[in-house]
Structures are given as C-alpha cells and as structure tokens.
Write a protein that binds this ligand. Structure first.
Ligand SMILES: [Zn+2]
Length: 360
C-alpha cells in the first residue's frame, strides 16, 4: 500500500497524539512522569540516545545511505533519568501519547529531556551498543513512531536552547505547559515555540526536465532543488516565485503545494511546491553566483544514469522526495564518496539551514 506523498516524507511521519489538554495540567504531568509505562527520549547537543545502531561511518548524510546496523532510539524509564530534571531550569518536555495499531492513544506517554555532555557520556558508557545519533542521518532508519518523536523533541529543544531570555525585554524565562510555553519573569507574557517557514520548489520545463542547482557551499557535483526562507509579510507562493527568480532568473507560474516536512536544523518547516516555467519565463537560467553557482536541467534519463557523476540530496530530505516524485519512483541507490569535509552549516540537504547572509 503506497502512502500519500505528504505523510510519507521521512520527518513528517509520526505515531503520536500530542495530547494538548494534558500540557496545562501540572498534576497530570507529574502522574505521567511517575508512571512505569512512561518513556523518555534523551537528547544532547541535538543528538538522540540510541540503544543500537548509528550513522554509517564516513557518511555525511548526502546521497544514499550505506548499509549499517539499524538504529533504535533508547526510550528510558523516568526513574533512569530522574536526576536529570531535578534542576529547576531543566526542561521536562511532554511529547504526547503514542498511538496503537488502531490509531488510539493507548501507548506509552513520552517525554524528552536534554542532558549536558558529562551526563551524555555516562549514559552511553552504561549501555553497551548505545550511541548518540543525528536525526538527519538516521531518519529513514527509524519507524514512523521514532521518527516523529525525535523530530518533535529536536525541534522543541532547539527552541528552548535559544529561549532562556525574553526576546522583548531580556529577562529570564520559566518553562510551563509541559515545555510548550515559556513565560517572561518580568512581563509575565507567554512565549511560544516558533517555526521558520521555507519554500522548496521542483521546477519543470516544457520538456519535462527538472531544474537543480549546486550550492556554493557544496562540492561541485552536488545538485538539489532551489529553496529559501519565506519573508515576513509574504505568502508561500510569492516566496516560491521570488526565491526561484533570485537564485536562478527563471520565472515560474502557479506553484502547486505538494507536501511539507519539519526540518529542525534548527527550526525550519520545508514547504514543497512543484511549478512550471512561465510561458515567457524560459529565457535561460542564470545562477545568482552567490548561493547558487550552477544550474542544470535534468531529464529523467540523466537523473537515473549511474555514470552521471552527480550527487543528489540525502534520503531524509524533502528535496530527495520531490525529485523522486517527479521521476516517478525511487532513484537507484548510488555509491557516495567517503567522508566529505563540509562547513557545518552546509551539512544539510534542504537549504535553508539557518537564516543568514545570502539567505535572502
Ligand atoms: Zn519580557
């Protein structure tokens, strides 16, 4: 049974009821935390504790994933991490209740916590086979439940990591509502988690070829879809048309939404579109020379050619999913080069990674 495109995206998959009502009930949260059924996902520096598996050594997450031990996230009992949330500044984040086979929320309640480095080392040392894993590298290795839990926890912990102080007045903030609200200790205002919307566009020309660009931060033979952040006061469609125009000079018409997936590196929501070149807009692509240094139109034959020498986005990205959607099926796995040194900010398939210069 094939799944609808939006729900098949690796980081859009989930098997959890976020249980909004319980967030505002501190007594209920305490009861869940004392339950032997409850499970806790542990994060450290954006990585999750896994009981087995790890990303293949030497793989940077681009291209296809080499075979390796299957990753299973470690979901601990609350009593195993009780000491890690005793500090009043620690975030005990309530993720919700896992769904059963009938989509009913009868599974274990799940929390997430973040631990400092020394504790992270100890947690791994105590557990043979355990390791810290990167969501981007292991996403397609995880089942729907684990992928959803890790994505939700990472996105929220990334927000907490930059929200210790109020953006309005600079005072400290405290955590409420199971980790879903922070409150300014001076003004009393509630501060909510934020998501940065970004558009990513599959552009097709009259010959059914797909436009891919090579980013200045990548190796020369790596190509992906054009993408960029939505600006304040702008619709998703307008952002798609503007970003494509800025990066490629290509004019697109009528971008059509195809699906979205969270991309918590650190806080993006990638909104995917397909678009055709406008009738009078095919006058030749020109890379902006800043973010995009090369642009190419790929036919389906060229994309699948094992000797084409091009690297495609990694399997956890919506870029890869949109390319395969256009192609009409999974692309043949190809060998990727061994470890490639990349700037940390470039180590993601779906631009944008972070707001910054050149991301306009
Ligand atoms: Zn304030």
């Amino acid at each position: 049974m094939s799944r609808a495109f939006p729900s098949s995206l690796p980081l859009s998959r989930h098997r959890i009821d976020r249980d909004h009502d319980t967030r505002s009930d501190p007594a209920a949260l305490d009861r869940l935390w004392s339950s032997a059924d409850t499970r806790v996902l542990v994060l450290n520096r954006g990585l999750a504790l896994a009981s087995t598996g790890s990303a293949p050594s030497g793989w940077d997450g681009f291209g296809d994933r080499p075979p390796s031990i299957r990753t299973e996230l470690a979901l601990l009992r609350p009593d195993e991490v009780a000491g890690d949330v005793s500090d009043e500044t620690a975030v005990r984040l309530y993720l919700g209740v896992l769904l059963d086979a009938h989509d009913d929320p009868t599974g274990p309640p799940v929390f997430a916590i973040s631990v400092p480095d020394a504790r992270a080392d100890a947690l791994v040392a105590e557990r043979p086979g355990a390791s810290w894993v990167n969501l981007r590298l292991v996403a397609t290795d995880l089942d729907d439940s684990a992928a959803g839990v890790f994505t939700e926890a990472l996105a929220m912990m990334n927000w907490h990591a930059v929200s210790s102080h109020c953006p309005r007045c600079g005072a400290t903030t405290t955590v409420e509502s199971g980790g879903w609200v922070r409150r300014c200790t001076v003004e009393g205002v509630e501060l909510f988690p934020r998501t940065d919307a970004a558009v990513i566009v599959g552009i097709v020309d009259a010959e059914e070829r797909l436009l891919l660009g090579s980013n200045a931060l990548w190796e020369k033979n790596r190509y992906s879809l054009l993408a960029g952040f939505v600006e304040p006061g702008e619709s998703l469609e307008a952002a798609a048309i503007r970003e494509v125009g800025e990066e490629s000079g290509v004019v697109i018409a009528d971008p059509q939404y195809v699906g979205s997936q969270p991309w918590p590196f650190p806080a993006s929501l990638m909104v995917g579109f397909m678009a055709r070149v406008a009738e009078d807009g095919a006058s030749g692509e020109r890379p902006d020379g800043d973010e995009i240094i090369d642009l190419r139109w790929f036919s389906r034959e060229e994309i699948v050619d094992p000797d084409n020498g091009f690297l495609l986005p990694g399997p956890s990205s919506i870029a890869r999913a949109i390319i395969e959607r256009w192609y009409g099926g999974p692309l043949v796995p190809r060998t990727t080069p061994s470890a490639v040194a990349l700037p940390a900010d470039a180590a993601a398939d779906d631009r944008p990674v972070e707001p910054g210069p050149g991301q306009g």
